[in-house]
Each structure stands twice: as C-alpha cells, then as structure tokens.
Design a protein around this ligand. Sequence first.
Ligand SMILES: NC(=O)C1=CN([C@@H]2O[C@H](COP(=O)(O)OP(=O)(O)OC[C@H]3O[C@@H](n4cnc5c(N)ncnc54)[C@H](OP(=O)(O)O)[C@@H]3O)[C@@H](O)[C@H]2O)C=CC1
Ligand SMILES: O=C(O)C1=N[C@H](C(=O)O)C[C@H](O)C1
Length: 245
Amino acid sequence: MIRVGVLGARGRVGVEVCKAVEAADDLELVAAVDRDDPVEGLAGAEVVVDFTHPDVVMDNMRWCIEHGVHPVVGTTGFDAGRLAAVRGWLDANPGVNALIAPNFGIAAVLMMHFAQQAARYFDSVEIVELHHPNKADAPSGTARRTAELVAEARRKAGMAPMPDATSTELDGARGADVDGVHVHAVRLAGLIAHQEVILGGDGEILTIRHDTMNRSSFTPGVLLGVRRVREIPGLTVGLEHLLDL
Ligand SMILES: NC(=O)C1=CN([C@@H]2O[C@H](COP(=O)(O)OP(=O)(O)OC[C@H]3O[C@@H](n4cnc5c(N)ncnc54)[C@H](OP(=O)(O)O)[C@@H]3O)[C@@H](O)[C@H]2O)C=CC1
Ligand SMILES: O=C(O)C1=N[C@H](C(=O)O)C[C@H](O)C1
C-alpha cells in the first residue's frame, strides 16, 4: 500500500482524486487537506497530490520535500524560475522526487505530443485554450507547455519565424506570446477545459483538438504518477515521461 495525502481535497479536482485513491486497492488515503486544515497528517504520507492554486503550490511543494514526501502536482502556474526553485529543494533533500504535470489527462498529453510532432511541417502554429471562468491562470498550464514544445520542435528544425504582417493591434488581440507562439485564452461559463492547436501551411490546415468532458478524466494519470514517483529521480515535468510515447 502507498500512503497518499491530497492537498486541495475539497476542490473540483481534489474531490475526484480522493475518490480514486480510496477506490484503488494499492493506495491508502491518509490525509485529505484543504485551505486552513491542519497539515500534520500529510507527514504520514509517502506521496502527496496537489491540486490547489498557483499562489500556494510553491509553499506546499517545499513543505512536502522538506518532510521527505514525494509531491505529485497538477496545480499550474509554473515557469522556469519556479522549476529551478523546486530543483534546488530536491537537491537539498536527496531521495525525494517530484512530478509536475500541466495536464494529467492521457488524451491531453497525446494532443501535446502530436502538436510537437506536427510543428515542423507547418509555417504557422497558434493555440486556442478554452476553460471554465473560475480558472485563476491564463494562459493555461497545458497551453503554455504546448507552446514551449512546439517552439522547441520548430527551433530544432531550423524553421523561419511565422508569417504575421500585423502592424497595428488592440492590446491582447494577438494573444500571449509564449516562446514565439501565440496563445489565446477563452473563459466561458459552461466549459471545463479544451484546447485547439491550429497548424497552417500551403493550402492546408491541421487542427488538433482536445476536450475534457469531466474531471475524473484526470485521475488515471494522477494515480500513475502516484504509483511511479518514488522511482523517478529528481524532478519530472510532464506525464509523457511515464507513458512510453
Ligand atoms: N494538471 C492537471 O491535469 C490539472 C490541473 N488543474 C489545476 O489544478 C489547480 C486546481 O484546480 P481546481 O481543482 O479546478 O481548483 P479548485 O479551486 O476547485 O480547488 C482548489 C482547492 O484548493 C484549496 N486550497 C487553496 N489554498 C490551499 C492551501 N494552501 N492548502 C490546501 N488547499 C488549498 C481551495 O480552497 P478555496 O476554494 O477556499 O480557495 C480549493 O478547495 C489549478 O491550478 C488548475 O489549473 C486542474 C485540472 C487538471
Ligand atoms: O484549471 C483547469 O481546469 C485546468 N487546468 C490545467 C491547465 O491549466 O492546463 C489543466 C486543464 O486544462 C484543466
């Protein structure tokens, strides 16, 4: 049995994670913690899953790592500076590992992977992400990561900058520039989490679309991370590293 704690346990995703851990024969839910709850119970966990908020996730990760607990993190808002800080804490606490995945949905990971593979065949790539209006961060962690993967693939292939004659624009009209890739964020009642990667070339458009239809879809990926994090040294970013793609 792996002893598991959950941070953000009463949140939209945390509730689903708690249910999935409780339903798994090889996992034991030893602590379900939300805002203002005592955290001591987490020290009895081997792995802590975090689905909280970008404002608090760094403090949570530091606490886990310093208490010898492996964090599996779905909370978004990571940039290069934050990842470097996490690496520093892990270096200071050998034997503790961490997994951060901007998206635990298997189909979402495949969407990012396919976009990365396709990127070098098209002149232009833009990303549209669409989420529920209660989301704190824009663009989404998934869109940021997709843009980074696409940009890296284009750099490796030695591609020219994307064509774009825009010379006058209203602020924000072309979206956020993530590593040279334009990312557009929609926040709309009724949505959960969706993304389109639109790739354009000479006379052809390829659209790769992913739709999250419910939040239990994240839990198989989370449980995979929980089961594997103890054996993957240091910091792992992205579930793709556990999927043999
Ligand atoms: N990687 C992935 O696959 C996915 C990532 N996410 C990300 O996960 C995060 C959470 O999403 P979601 O579940 O929709 O958000 P919710 O707001 O529904 O849940 C977050 C929960 O964490 C609680 N919380 C806030 N601060 C703390 C704290 N210091 N300690 C413990 N609990 C705390 C919140 O309490 P309160 O409401 O009082 O603030 C809330 O209950 C977001 O960053 C989101 O982008 C979401 C879906 C999938
Ligand atoms: O806040 C959400 O809901 C989601 N957040 C993650 C992100 O920012 O990419 C994953 C998924 O899109 C749902």
